[in-house]
Design a binder for this molecule. Structure first.
Ligand code: NAI
Ligand code: MG
Length: 396
């Protein structure tokens, strides 16, 4: 088989540590690929005024599959202040390169699995009816609509005339907001399209069917957000008819956040709009080890990018020995392998991670519930490289 080309985008901070360690694991699993480096992140905002340079977009368009570490973003005032002097006062505006990548390549399907590794000391536990401690096994995959909704970017402060006038045609707006001075109004829209909503729902049901999940839960708030959440639930009911073996459940986002700490083992595939999907996936990630374990895939028709949920964790970026957990990035790479049909290699790597976690001899600081500090390695925590080594050892 010809070698795959993977666009490697380490980005900022710990992204630049966990991605190379992940490539070592992929190599050890026998995945033959050529990695082409692509620039992304804060450094390129500062030096070029563009955190997602065109050359990176071109590489993604050409090779279709990206592995991405993390980026740093900072508030507007810092973004302006850190721009190279010759680029200042040119009207350049910082934007998130991840959001841009998702929108540019229509990576509208975001999948975030949250699965318990047996023996992980960070696993969620609860008190059972008999007073004993229970450790439910969580096996949930969240499908988050990745390009629309509250993160769609259609928003205004002091909305222009046409927008204001249009809002005033809505009885509720006139009744509740007409008295507010216009310059004191901020409006962020929540736009859902039928096409994208159907795509995320279908992706969720297809995943449930392929991997034998019993239920797909639409997690929104249709009783209050009647148009957008209502549309997702109504379409969910239609699409569910095509999948007779799979139950359609629906929950409200607020109640879901409570239930996931009571009976997380009852859920299988969950599907939601952009912001609620973001919230639930962090919630479930907290039950299975948190940011050190949270992986994700951003999938479009042509291009797909795989990344850990965590950010660049700048405070750990410059440690002489990196201490952060590479597992989230490695699990993201497993999602990439699944996506391109290398499922056996993905299975082997996940097995290796499970073995390391269950044995419990090699743990990064987060798995030991330590505060991240340079001396955690002296105190018995594994470094990033040692964790990757332990996974590689299990692959042999
Ligand atoms: P963060 O995810 O970078 O870090 C939060 C905390 O989580 C860290 O201080 C650390 O204690 C822990 N953590 C994160 N990754 C870990 C790992 N692999 N192993 C062990 N512990 C880990 O989020 P934060 O601090 O809110 O943001 C830092 C920067 O990252 C910001 O500039 C933010 O904009 C950016 N960010 C980027 C994301 C991305 O690239 N997808 C996502 C979230 C934040
Ligand atoms: Mg998030």
């Amino acid at each position: 088989m010809s070698k795959r080309t993977i666009v490697s985008m380490p980005g900022d901070g710990i992204g630049a540590t966990v991605l190379p360690e992940t490539i070592r694991v992929l190599d050890a699993a026998g995945f033959e690929a050529e990695y082409v480096h692509a620039d992304i992140g804060w450094e390129f905002w500062r030096s070029e005024g563009n955190p997602l340079p065109q050359r990176t977009i071109d590489l993604l368009a050409e090779h279709k599959i990206g592995l991405f570490g993390a980026i740093t973003s900072k508030p507007k005032s810092d973004a302006d202040a850190e721009l190279a002097p010759e680029l200042r006062d040119k009207g350049l505006v910082y934007y998130s390169p991840i959001v841009a990548m998702r929108q540019l390549f229509n990576l509208d399907i975001c999948a975030r699995p949250c699965q318990t590794f047996q023996g992980n000391s960070l696993n969620f536990i609860r008190r059972g009816a008999d007073g004993g401690v229970e450790e439910p096994k969580v096996d949930v995959v969240i499908f988050r609509q990745n390009t629309e909704g509250l993160y769609g970017g259609v928003e205004w402060t002091n909305p222009p005339d046409q927008v204001y006038d249009a809002l005033m045609t809505h009885a509720k707006f006139e009744q509740n907001f007409a008295d507010a001075p216009r310059e004191e109004l901020s409006v962020s829209t929540r736009i859902f399209t039928k096409a994208a909503t159907e795509r995320i729902l279908r992706a969720a049901f297809e995943h449930a069917k392929k991997f034998g999940y019993k239920s797909v839960t639409v997690c929104e708030k249709p009783n209050v957000i009647r148009e957008t959440s209502g549309m997702m639930l109504a379409l969910g009911k239609e699409i569910a008819k095509e999948y007779p073996g799979i139950s359609l459940w629906d929950t409200n986002i607020d109640a879901q956040m409570m239930w996931l700490t009571k009976n997380p083992e009852d859920y299988g595939v969950i599907v939601a709009g952009n912001m609620f999907g973001d919230i639930i996936s962090d919630g479930f990630a907290g039950l299975v080890g948190g940011l050190g374990f949270a992986c994700s895939a951003n999938i479009g028709d042509e291009v797909a990018v795989f990344e850990p949920t965590h950010g660049s964790a700048p405070k750990y970026a410059d440690y002489e020995t990196s201490i952060v957990n590479p597992i989230a990035m490695v699990l993201s790479a497993c999602m990439m392998l699944d996506h391109i049909g290398e499922t056996e290699k993905a299975r082997r790597i996940r097995r290796a991670i499970a073995d390391v976690v269950t044995e419990g001899n090699v743990k990064t600081y987060d798995m030991m519930k330590m505060r991240g500090q340079p001396n955690v390695v002296e105190q018995g925590a594994a470094s990033t490289a040692q964790m990757a080594d332990a996974i590689i050892e299990k692959l042999k």
